[in-house]
Design a protein around this ligand. Structure first.
Ligand code: ADP
Length: 538
């Protein structure tokens, strides 16, 4: 019972029991396929190469890469040797990238050849980095603007395929880290322990959650630089699933081609991905084998769930988590006795963020008291458990988020008598109108239920009388038309009158964060005074 829960054990199990299973990786040079056995050989070679570069237990190794087979090798090679896999978000601003590399004190960076130009301008700001390993097929390290540079493939060719991993690491030591954006200030580092990721991976195999198994073909669209691609690479490899990695800049058409050709059964991504994929699927249908579309990171609009299920027969699952929670924290799935409810009632349940994943603890708290499980009262969601972080890495902001052993998520939620959690909003996105709360998420979901609407974001903007009022931004589907008045009419009856947005503006695109969520902060900053300026409809 005291066996340490280490990433090396996941890797070892996959090697022993599933050597013939396949990994498919989309690269700039085309599709690359190999077996788990070959993946294992290259993973050990990578550990050996890193060790020869001076990387040892506890050292941080950064990755700056898309979802592909080399990134996957790093996912297992770095933690298995006792070093720390630091996945760096390639879409952050250069200053933020420099901040997190320095803050984590990365010793070596593994960089996709195509992403070298993003790091070249900040090379001089990265004093802790002793070597850049360039990932790609034809790499000439001497010509790289990042120095000292090495070719990943050349290093692997010379390395030891029998590299031995330590089996006595402390299961509570860090195996990885990821920085999450902060509303203000620099990104905050979250360190993941071996034990936490081991148990999180196991939770992905539960029939009550994702039920990932060797019968699956898994395609994580969610980037491997964002919250471990929701843990999918670790769990998929452990359980022997076929893994399909979509490579650089995957468009909806590329994703659907891969899903169709490789007979993908489960894929994970944020709602904006699934909105885009849906558009493409309706324009150019393809035969699919999906048993589950896993959607999280932002609220999944019920209309989106319905479109996948009713129009395309693709089961859609909604889950919730954060970088701080590894990330799977809640998963929405009907209880056995809810399966015969009418579709609309089932949809309403499944559009919630769902039930707490077994193994975790949760509270919803208002003014220090737990709220009633009545589906109405709202409070802040608090989490704790074996894969919930309990601090930010070397950061004084720890004390305001991790209190008495609980992660304070900054998300406002209610919980119904069955235990289904419904996220009302992020605290900072709630619209405070005349002392009452309006949920921007509820309004967005309803607007995205209109057939002409592709995307919608609602933010609170300053109002002289009510403090804040909702302002809606809408992107229409191509060749669709609808007026503000028609949209307002569409919302009337779904909400109390005082909830309706004061104005609706049509945009070409809603600004998105680095991981594809609506960037409401930008809209808020830009339109802060809209209703008190002469442009507003007030
Ligand atoms: P970032 O803060 O950069 O978005 P995270 O990915 O850690 O980084 O975001 C976590 C947050 O995303 C949660 O606190 C919550 O507000 C939101 N979120 C995640 N999943 C869902 C979901 N299913 N429904 C609504 N909001 C979600």
């Amino acid at each position: 019972m005291n066996t340490p829960l280490l990433i090396e054990r996941l890797f070892q199990y996959a090697q022993t029991y599933f050597p013939r299973k396949e990994i498919v990786s989309r690269t700039p040079d085309g599709i690359f396929r190999y077996t788990y056995a070959d993946f294992g050989n290259r993973t050990r070679r990578l550990s050996s190469a890193l060790s020869r570069l001076g990387v040892g237990p506890g050292d941080r190794v950064g990755t700056f890469a898309w979802n592909d087979h080399r990134h996957l090798e790093a996912y297992f090679a770095i933690p298995s040797m006792g070093s720390v896999l630091h996945t760096i978000n390639i879409r952050l601003a250069p200053d933020q990238i420099a901040y997190i590399v320095n803050h984590a004190e990365d010793k070596v960076l593994l960089v996709d050849a195509g992403l070298v130009p993003l790091l070249a301008p900040i090379r001089d700001k990265l004093p802790t980095v002793e070597a850049f390993v360039i990932l790609g097929n034809q790499v000439d390290p001497s010509a790289s603007p990042l120095q000292p540079a090495y070719s990943y493939e050349a290093l692997l060719a010379e390395a030891d395929p029998e590299f031995e991993y330590p089996t006595d690491l402390d299961e509570n030591s860090a195996m990885g880290m990821c920085y999450t954006s902060a509303t203000t200030g620099n990104p905050k580092g979250v360190a993941y322990s071996h034990r936490g990721i081991y148990l999180h991976s196991m939770s992905m195999g539960l029939a009550n959650t994702v039920a990932l198994s060797d019968t699956d073909v898994a395609l994580p669209v969610v980037p491997m630089f964002h919250a471990n691609a929701w843990g999918m690479p670790f769990a998929a490899i452990w359980f022997g699933a076929k893994l399909v990695l979509p490579g650089p800049t995957p468009t909806p058409a590329i994703l659907l081609d891969l899903m169709s050709q490789e007979q993908v059964t489960i894929s994970a991504g944020v709602p904006t991905i699934w909105l885009g994929v849906l558009q493409e699927l309706e324009a150019h249908p393809r035969p699919l084998s999906l048993r589950m579309v896993l959607c999280g990171g932002s609220a999944a609009p019920p209309a989106l769930i319905r479109a996948y299920e009713e129009r395309h027969g693709i089961p859609f699952a909604h889950a919730y988590g954060m970088t701080e929670t590894s990330p799977l924290a809640t998963f929405s799935r009907l209880k056995s006795y809810q399966r015969d409810l009418p579709y609309n009632e089932r949809l309403a349940i499944r559009a919630t963020q769902g039930l707490l994943v077994p193994g975790l603890d949760m509270r919803i708290v208002k003014d220090g008291e737990d709220v009633a499980w009545d589906g109405k009262q709202m409070g802040e969601l608090l989490l704790r458990g074996p894969w919930i972080a309990d601090e930010y890495y070397h950061d004084e902001r720890t004390t305001s988020t991790f209190i008495d052993g609980w992660l304070h998520t900054g998300d406002v939620a209610s919980i119904d008598p069955e235990g289904f959690v419904r996220l009302v909003d992020r605290t900072k996105d709630l619209i405070k109108s005349g002392g009452e709360w309006i949920s921007s998420v509820d309004l967005e979901n309803a607007i995205m239920g209109h057939p002409a609407v592709l995307e919608a974001a609602v933010v609170g903007v300053t109002h002289p009388k009510w403090d804040e009022r909702p302002l809606a931004f809408v992107v229409l589907k191509p060749n669709q038309k609808v007026t503000k008045e028609e949209l307002r009419e569409f919302l009337t009856g779904q909400f109390a009158k005082w909830w309706l947005p004061d104005d609706i503006l049509f945009l070409e695109e809603i600004p998105k964060t680095s991981v594809g969520k609506f960037m409401k902060r930008t809209l808020r900053d830009q339109y802060h005074d809209y209703l008190i300026s002469d442009k507003g409809s007030l």
